[in-house]
Design a protein around this ligand. Structure first.
Ligand SMILES: *Cc1c(COP(=O)(O)O)cnc(C)c1O
Length: 434
């Protein structure tokens, strides 16, 4: 499989180039040059496949022969080493819990797969590969854990000092070894600027290869297709024979784009529902046809606080940039913080299922969208524990009642090597890693 850039589709790129560059040289997104159709027998017999077997079949056309089959099998065994269960919530509605990885969010899937692929491609290179990531919280933990002890790779995670939750900070700082967590005395925007400065530093690039692990990287998108097939396998085993309505809580729209790619490969889906918080660029686009990005609005579902979703061009390209085509298969709703809170409380009190704020937005989406006689599932992207402050507010004691109390050691913050938001300082630290 080769890849092209959305803005200038004439040129082709190898998987290695795509992974190492992240963004295409013209600044637009990479896409596979074609979307292969899976064997209909595979879909028909999907309930007979385990998660790693499915992963191999789905990813093979995108990854081999650049990566040998045996290596791909190893990488997917390693990536998908935790369960991704589909569970009934109420009649006709199920939930796909993609949060049982090491940092309790679905981003573990992409981070683990990308890290192992990069490790494979950087083997035998004399220069180290440096993965630079700025995080406002969730991505940093997944990247820190996903890349921990991957040979030949050094990871730098920059996060705004004092502006992530104690649990997130614990997840970012606890791996150590090749994972360098840096608390920046500044904002998330400062962290992003430092990363950009490093990418522009040609002299530094003579010493190390540099890439980013943010959600536009194809290496994070591709493995996210897998759990939609795994959901179908479980849906069939549960006795459902129809095509499900699939609801995804969306911020940068990477997760739902992966589901749409899976659908184009042959995954039966009746309709997609994209649930957002009040950062509602896509719902408004579907309603009006005008794409109007806006400054980010802070919400309690903060991993979806995105005012200009980076995967939107990919998603739209899958529908040939035709609004009518998109609307025929996709609906989108914005859900307010108030509605999210009420939903967390009401669903827990009614059926005993506890949701984090992102998942609750998806639940609202499927409740609104599911028609008489239809079935479907919504995606749970994070463990409720990760958003304990919200749960405590709407359902005091709810985490304990649901049996979700996780202990984590208190960080000794005097040990942090916090840094002024100055590039010269970051550069000095990177040079020591080269
Ligand atoms: C990142 C994230 C999302 C949004 O996923 P996108 O792929 O950016 O749409 C939703 N929920 C949680 C918990 C996340 O961490």
């Amino acid at each position: 499989m080769q890849y092209l850039s959305l803005a200038s589709p004439g040129k082709r790129y190898s998987l290695k180039e795509v992974l190492f560059k992240g963004l295409a040289p013209d600044g637009s997104l990479f896409m596979p040059e074609e979307i292969p159709a899976l064997d209909p027998d595979f879909i028909r017999n999907i309930q007979d496949y385990s998660l790693p077997q499915l992963a191999f079949e789905v990813l093979k056309p995108f990854v081999t022969p650049d990566v040998p089959e045996q290596t791909l099998q190893q990488i997917v065994n390693d990536t998908f080493s935790f369960e991704i269960p589909l569970k009934p919530v109420e009649e006709a509605i199920q939930v796909l819990e993609v949060y049982h990885g090491p940092t309790q969010a679905f981003k573990d899937v992409g981070a683990r797969f990308l890290s192992r692929l990069l490790g494979h491609f950087n083997r035998g290179e004399s220069r180290k590969l440096l993965v630079l990531t700025a995080t406002s919280g969730d991505t940093g933990g997944a990247v820190a854990h996903g890349f921990h002890r991957v040979p030949g790779i050094e990871v730098v995670v920059l996060y705004p000092n004092g502006k992530v939750s104690p649990y997130q900070e614990y997840q970012i700082t606890s791996p150590g070894d090749n994972v360098h967590a840096i608390a920046v005395n500044g904002s998330f925007d400062d962290c992003q600027r430092l990363v950009k400065d490093a990418f522009k530093d040609d002299a530094l690039r003579q010493l190390v290869y540099m890439t980013s692990a943010n959600s536009i990287n194809m290496g994070r998108l591709l493995p996210q297709m897998v759990y939609y097939f795994h959901a179908l396998a479980q849906y069939r085993r549960a006795g459902f024979n129809d095509a499900p309505v699939v609801t995804v809580p969306s911020g940068n729209f990477g997760n739902i784009t992966a589901a749409m790619l899976a659908h184009k490969m042959g995954l039966p889906v009746k309709r997609f529902v994209a649930a957002t918080n009040v950062n509602d660029v896509v719902p408004r686009f579907l309603a009006s046809g005008a794409y109007a990005p806006h400054a980010t609005i802070a919400t309690i579902a903060n991993a979806m606080d995105v005012g200009d979703p980076s995967n939107f061009p990919r998603m739209y390209a899958l529908y040939h940039n035709q609004l009518s085509e998109l609307k025929a298969e996709v609906t989108s709703f914005a859900v307010s913080d108030e509605e999210i809170k009420q939903t967390i409380k009401a669903v827990f009190e009614k059926v005993g299922y506890l949701m984090d704020p992102h998942t609750a937005a998806a639940y609202v989406g499927i409740k609104k969208e599911l028609r008489q006689g239809e079935n479907g599932f919504f995606v749970s992207t994070a463990h409720p524990f990760k958003f304990g402050e919200v749960i405590d507010e709407v359902l005091p004691g709810g985490l304990a009642k649901a049996g979700y109390e996780i202990d984590f050691p208190k960080l000794d913050r005097t040990q942090l090597k916090a840094m002024a938001p100055e590039y010269a300082e970051l550069r000095k630290r990177i040079k020591k890693m080269a």
